[in-house]
Design a protein around this ligand. Structure first.
Ligand code: PLP
Length: 464
């Protein structure tokens, strides 16, 4: 291994024309570039030691060429690639939490970009020519769409839950059914949010059964709120009993205690009418007389990440005046994309919203995409087999967990490659493709793949 001594020292390499050229073009700080150079040299040494490097180290010119080509690749590849990368979601899971949940509509994107590019009326009242409030931007859409008296938007629904508890029930008792003390996505537990907000949890009933008398008996002088948590990410089946919202509303009104429902996904579109799931709409819940309701902006609503709180004006006003409203406030990008999304609902053009469009996608269109994909590829190679078959897609995002949306998938098997190897290859593409793997097979569900993306997926598999 005495050849290793031919590898030049870092400070020698730094004096080379090639190094200075890369430094100039990349505009990277010398320390950063040197770090990368060191990595290249270390890798070279390592691969040489493992007998993987055939390069003749005694030939200086070749050696330099190798080192600087590697350095260049390293510098410019990482410059091109963002940490936050767009991917193609071929899992069929519409609200894939790890892949960023809802995709925005074209209108939402346009409004977002316009707002980002220019100054805006974020907190400016054009009529009066003076300071306005960002709370006013989407409030009227939300009240019109849900029938609620007032609304406020915060960073996300977890923040909304915290905010409502902190602002309206701090140091007071909050009654919750044991069947609803849920954990969402591993990091959001109602009981912990409650503790953080300094509201005191009073659990009533049992995991599977809670009666209205349980709530009634728990009400004391100290009671500040009744909380209902919508079972959005799990289903309780079998011998169960849950108090009808109407009875809780009646009880809360009799005792003059606010009733708050964390609706989780919260939909403005009635999926029940399309025979998909049992999600109550936000407007149905408002109509029942619940005082406050909160839900996510980027789940079934199909907008940006946000926590939307709608309800009685007196409570919303208290939220608006609370210091936390400033802490949890949303930015102009959220407001712009949320406004455009809500306008699609106002115009009753819900299919403009990708989340809704994808959940409602007719099975025939999915099959069409699957057939188009396989037709273009079947003759390509005898190493790869493609089978179109019936299956189901999930809504995802902890939403409507019991709903199975009928779909067609394409199952891909390769004679010489494991599905893991193919999946890894697909993840490393310039536009990574995320797939499901089941029974050692790659499964592509085109429900969540647009026509444009499909072209790219087809091209990728042609080269497989
Ligand atoms: C998803 C969910 C939340 C958290 O909402 P985020 O917008 O993700 O913060 C809270 N409560 C319920 C019931 C949920 O389903």
């Amino acid at each position: 291994m005495k050849n290793l001594r031919y590898i030049p020292a870092i400070d020698r390499l730094q004096q080379c024309e090639a190094f200075l050229e890369i430094e100039k073009q990349s505009e990277l700080a010398r320390s950063v570039l040197t770090q990368k150079l060191q990595e290249v040299v270390n890798d070279l040494r390592e691969s040489y030691l493992r007998g993987k490097q055939k390069l003749d180290l005694t030939k200086e010119k070749e050696l330099h060429h190798y080192i600087f080509t590697e350095l260049e690749a390293k510098v410019f590849a990482s410059e091109r690639k963002n940490e936050l990368q767009p991917v193609i979601n071929a899992t069929g899971v519409v609200l894939h939490t790890n892949l960023g949940r809802a995709r925005l509509s074209n209108d939402a994107l346009d409004h977002l970009v316009q707002t980002a590019k220019s100054y805006s009326t974020l907190e400016y009242n054009l009529e009066a020519g003076e300071r306005g409030s960002r709370h006013d931007i989407v409030e009227k859409y939300l009240t019109q769409l849900t029938g609620a008296e007032a609304a406020i938007v915060v960073n996300n629904n977890a923040a909304a839950v915290y905010f409502v508890l902190k602002a309206l029930a701090e140091e007071k008792e909050v009654i919750v059914s044991r069947g609803e003390l849920v954990e969402i996505g591993g990091s959001f537990r109602i009981s912990e949010i409650m503790e953080l907000s300094n509201a005191h949890l009073v659990e009533v009933g049992t995991t599977n059964k809670t009666k209205v008398a349980d709530y009634k008996n728990a009400i004391t002088e100290e009671t500040g709120m009744i909380l209902k948590v919508h079972k959005s990410n799990f289903a309780l089946v079998g011998f169960t009993e849950e108090v009808a919202t109407e009875s809780l509303v009646k009880l809360a009104q009799e005792k003059d205690i606010p009733l708050y429902e964390d609706l989780g996904s919260g939909t403005l579109f009635d999926f029940k009418q399309e025979k998909i799931g049992q999600e109550p709409t936000v407007q149905e819940q408002v109509k029942k007389g619940i005082d406050l309701i909160s839900f996510s902006g980027d789940k079934l609503l199909g907008g940006p990440q946000a926590g939307i709180i709608v309800g009685k004006k007196s409570y919303i006003d208290r939220l608006k005046q609370h210091q936390l409203a400033r802490v949890l406030r949303v930015d102009k990008f959220t407001l712009a994309s949320l406004e455009a999304t809500l306008k699609s609902y106002m115009r009753e053009q819900v299919k403009e919203i990708p989340t809704i469009r994808d959940i409602l996608m007719p099975i025939d269109s999915i099959k069409e995409k699957a057939d188009k994909f396989t037709a273009s590829l079947r003759e390509q190679s005898d190493h790869v087999t493609y089978v179109v078959k019936k299956d189901f897609s999930m809504v995802g995002g902890g939403t409507m967990p019991e709903v199975k949306l009928p779909t067609y998938i394409v199952e891909v098997t390769h004679r010489h490659q494991t599905s893991e190897q193919i999946a890894r290859y697909l993840r490393k593409l310039e536009t990574p493709i995320i797939v499901r793997i089941k029974n050692e097979k790659i499964q592509l569900d085109f429900r969540t793949v647009t026509e444009e993306e499909l072209e790219l997926v087809m091209k990728t598999f042609e080269e497989l």
